[in-house]
Ligand binder design. Structure first.
Ligand code: PHB
Length: 388
């Protein structure tokens, strides 16, 4: 054993001792919430936290037998501040587990910090493909989706409808790029072609020039990824520009999730694909929706479900290790064989810890994303070089 490996071994032994003694003293589980509470994704962060807290309340305020203490950071969906922000939770607050975040660029920095410091991370939204690809590990989990998944499912739907010529429009960052990539893969496989890929920087919402370009190209349909405040504005602007009737608008379901109140009639009739919807017929969803509405005086959305399921994943893993977060391999073994009883319908995690799940076809009817079919059954993210 050289000096370096013996130091590493010492550090690992010290960490084990620290966590064992913290647990013996009944220490609280420190949960670090790193989410957007301001900016275009603010409502998404709040819904995720609501969902997480609802599950915790249902468990009598304990996860894995331990009471929970929260540390919170507003990440502002800003990748430039992400490393500093995640280090506040890891180094300053010494959290046992990180829950976050919404934005793919910020999530990549979180995954890197989680890896470097061997801290447990559960991603309750951000779809960055690499998080459950090359960056995978027995301390990294996702309760949501990969960016590829809803994009691919929507591409299948559009190709099956016989659409041939599409334009894509999205924000220029990992989520938009990877969503369009997934869409294109399925759409082209089904005989369609993408004639133009339009982008604007995140979180810009000056859509006018791009809408004029779409009107000039006259494709059969448009595929889009936008979410949160940006999705509200895009759907309204698309309608106001007079495009809605002539060029059907499709998107991954984030376009219309948690946004319908604000979008009003502009969203009516839109088709999207996503791993959740407002009219699922399963017992878990019924009880979840009742409890969520009662607690928050709000209807839940996909983000609330993902927050709830992040807490479920944490609970499954921690129960198996009796609350000892240092036992990463045992934690992983328990979660990998679990069937997670989600409001979206039960799902499992892939070897890379990304949900294998049904993608629903939804249509906006009034204030609901009504489930009208299955776009893709048990859709698994493609293998992306996860060595486990
Ligand atoms: C992402 O950045 O990965 C992202 C953000 C918002 C969504 C979905 C994905 O609704």
């Amino acid at each position: 054993m050289n000096a370096r490996t013996s130091l590493t071994a010492l550090a690992a032994a010290a960490a084990l001792l620290a966590s064992a003694s913290a647990m013996a003293q009944g220490a609280k589980l420190k949960v670090g919430l790193m989410l957007p509470y301001t900016g275009t994704y603010a409502a998404l962060g709040v819904a995720i936290e609501n969902g997480f807290r609802l599950y915790l309340a249902e468990q009598g305020g304990k996860i894995g037998g331990r009471e929970v203490e929260f540390s919170k950071v507003d990440d502002e969906s800003d990748p430039a501040k992400a490393t500093e922000n995640v280090n506040k939770l890891i180094k300053r607050d010494g959290v046992d587990v990180l829950i976050g975040t919404v934005h793919s660029g910020v999530a990549m920095a979180m995954a890197k910090a989680a890896k470097d410091n061997n801290v447990l991370l559960i991603v309750p939204n951000a779809g960055a493909d690499a998080v459950t690809g090359p960056m995978c590990g027995n301390n990294i989990y996702r309760s949501s989706f990969s960016n590829w998944q809803p994009g691919y499912a929507t591409g299948e739907v559009m190709a099956k409808k016989g659409i041939k010529k599409a334009v894509t429009i999205t924000w220029k960052y990992a989520a938009g790029d990877e969503s369009v990539k997934g869409f294109k893969e399925a759409f082209e496989k089904g005989g369609g072609s993408v004639v133009k890929e339009l982008t604007l920087p995140f979180p810009n919402v000056e859509f006018q020039a791009l809408l004029t370009e779409i009107a000039a190209i006259k494709p059969d349909a448009v595929y889009t990824f936008f979410a949160g405040g940006g999705a509200v504005k895009f759907v309204k602007d698309y309608d106001a520009a007079g495009l809605k009737k002539s060029i059907p608008l499709y998107g991954s379901g984030f376009l219309t999730d948690g946004t319908l109140e604000a979008q009003g009639a502009s969203a009516d009739g839109l088709f999207t694909a996503l791993h959740y919807g407002d009219s699922l017929d399963n017992a878990k969803d019924k009880s979840f929706r009742l409890a969520y509405a009662k607690t928050y005086k709000l209807q839940p959305d996909v983000y609330a479900v993902q927050g709830y399921d992040a807490a479920q994943i944490l609970g499954i893993g921690l129960n198996a290790v009796k609350g000892d977060v240092s036992k990463k391999a045992e934690f992983a073994a328990a979660v990998e064989k679990a069937k997670i009883d989600s409001p979206r319908g039960a799902f499992t995690l892939s070897k890379a810890h990304n949900p294998v799940q049904d993608m629903y076809l939804r249509q906006v009817v009034g204030k609901e994303n009504k489930v009208v079919g299955i776009a893709s059954k048990s859709l698994a993210d493609p293998a992306r070089g996860c060595k486990g």
